[in-house]
Design a protein around this ligand. Sequence first.
Ligand SMILES: *Cc1c(COP(=O)(O)O)cnc(C)c1O
Length: 360
Amino acid sequence: MKKTFFTAGPAELYPTFEAHLRSAMDEQVGSISHRSQQFRDIYKHTDEQLRALMNIPASHGIFFLGSASEIWERVLLNCVEHESFHLVNGSFSRKFYEYAQSTHKYAHILEKSFGQGFSYNDVEIPEYAELVCLTHNETSAGVQMREADMHKLKRSNAKKLFVVDMVSSAPYPDLDFKVIDSAFFSVQKAFGLPAGLGVWIANDKCLEKAERLQKYDDTHIGAHHNLPTLWKNYQKFETPATPNVLAIYILGKIAADLNKIGAGKLRKETDSKAKILYKFLENSTNFDPFVTSPEHRSATVVVANTKVPAAEVMAALKKQNLVVSSGYGAFKDSQIRIANFPATSSEQVEGLVAELAKFG
Ligand SMILES: *Cc1c(COP(=O)(O)O)cnc(C)c1O
């Protein structure tokens, strides 16, 4: 019996994944050169499909790296000379902040407790911060920051660069890339691919900053996957090093499938599935939504407090071939996390809720 993965990543594969994998085998993409026209066509196709899906303008390049956490380091090295600023409310946003410390940036932090979200009025950006690091969806806590709040923050701090970690929500957030300088995600979350590819979206202002830093000090921006080198190769739809061609190929195909549905409809479907989950949690005697403020509740990773031990809930679900993620860190025994990505249908979400309802 096949399992259904409501896990926050790696997650359920998108339903068309297998067919695209087979066509990749037919086209022998695992053996082609990354300097061939066939690869350039694959990169170009994936680029076009992501641009259409996420409304990415020509000012921004789209680059392929190893993972999202690699991009944390790249964006810090390439876009910060001295100071960065981080909104932290869980494990992933905290790690981004820790990467800034490890790369010897003066990292400012505004912290909220686990389960709390950020709104525009909560945030004062330090004067000398060059890069503002936001996390659209804090995967560990199931907390989301509204796009309008992120856009407003940038508009009132127009000279600073803004980067958005959208790893566990892309392509759901409706980011305005005329405002947001950079964003990134990896493919094993809402796009429903196996892990092994990070996607970095960055504009000409990020490039200018990286080039300026490179002029001062040739080592500042690092040797591997620095932005000027990525950008130069991107002009020919190539990558500096040999990339994950198979994943780039399949990402383009899945993005094309999602474009057939349309970004607006995808968002509506995500919202309606999230509503099913939150409504169940609110009315249940054994579960509660962890995030109390509805405007900060994530649409893509729903975190539930459980009154019975979380391990019992997970074991009962497993018997029905349903897999959810455990709570993060200290919340391992008292929470479950349910991913709500495009790969799982509303029927599958209803099925999960029916099993959870057996606990009362
Ligand atoms: C999973 C995740 C990451 C890290 O992604 P990797 O592909 O494992 O490097 C970063 N940020 C958030 C919000 C995540 O959910």
